[in-house]
Ligand binder design. Structure first.
Ligand SMILES: C[S@@+](CC[C@H](N)C(=O)[O-])C[C@H]1O[C@@H](n2cnc3c(N)ncnc32)[C@H](O)[C@@H]1O
Length: 230
């Protein structure tokens, strides 16, 4: 096997994960912690979908780093990631977030209001691909976050890449899919994520990195039209 000698990652124990969250200032604040708890109570079998604390903190950090004013999110659920994205928005900025579930996003609306960010978040209910196709076609998005149904990832990517401004950032969640992306016989979702990873890797319109943050996070930066990443 190739490159094993360059493997530097250490397995995180629960104790080391706690240490990471404390020292990295990535512990959820009381409101995010309450949202995670309310999600666990209301939707116990899906609560694992809430964005991990270290990724949540990274989202806010990247939005601020980029000075993002226009954000698109695919996959709202109960609103943790949108809350973190919206918190980082530059003044006057806005976030469009898409989901198919009115029930799950009701909790999101409650917590956006309590966090004081509801005025900058627009929730669009319906299949994300339709919502994305209805966005202006020109490159205007500063940051996008894809975190929805895995078989849809390539379609979401294809709708978003042309709409990203040069230098804009697409973040894609779960790109290691619990390690199942390298299974010989992956399930449907893992196979879809692997197909997406292959698709993105060959896309010359972006430069990208795939990082072992939480369940795998791909960061892709839109290149100017005349540049290619290869
Ligand atoms: C992993 S969860 C999103 C988690 C969220 N980012 C968070 O941090 O809490 C995936 C979400 O995608 C939504 N979803 C699934 N299929 C969709 C589709 N075709 N269009 C839009 N949203 C979809 C689900 O309803 C679910 O809320």
């Amino acid at each position: 096997m190739l490159r094993n000698e360059t493997l530097r990652n250490i397995a995180l124990t629960p104790e080391l994960h706690d240490y990471l969250l404390v020292q990295g200032r990535m512990l959820p604040d009381p409101l995010l912690a309450e949202l995670a708890e309310r999600t666990r109570e209301a939707i116990p079998d899906q609560a694992h979908m809430v964005v991990a604390p270290e990724e949540a903190a990274l989202l806010t950090f990247l939005v601020r780093l980029l000075g993002a004013r226009t954000i698109v999110e695919v996959g709202t659920f109960t609103g943790s990631s949108s809350l973190c994205l919206a918190r980082g928005l530059a003044p006057g900025g806005s976030l469009i977030t898409c989901d198919v579930s009115a029930e799950w996003t009701a909790l999101a609306r409650e917590f956006w209001t309590r966090a004081g960010v509801a005025d900058r978040i627009e929730l669009r209910l319906g299949p994300a691909v339709s919502t994305l196709r209805a966005l202006p076609a020109e490159p205007h998005v500063d940051l996008a976050f894809i975190d929805a149904d895995k078989p849809g990832y390539i379609d979401y990517w294809e709708e978003l890449v042309p709409r990203m401004r040069p230098g804009g950032l697409i973040l894609v969640d779960n790109t290691l899919f619990s390690g199942q992306v390298i299974d010989e016989f992956p399930g449907v979702k893992a196979a879809a994520v692997h197909a997406f990873n292959e698709h993105a890797r060959k896309d010359e319109r972006v430069e990208l990195v795939l990082l072992p943050v939480a369940d795998g996070l791909t960061l892709a930066r839109r290149l100017p039209a005349e540049a290619t990443s290869f």
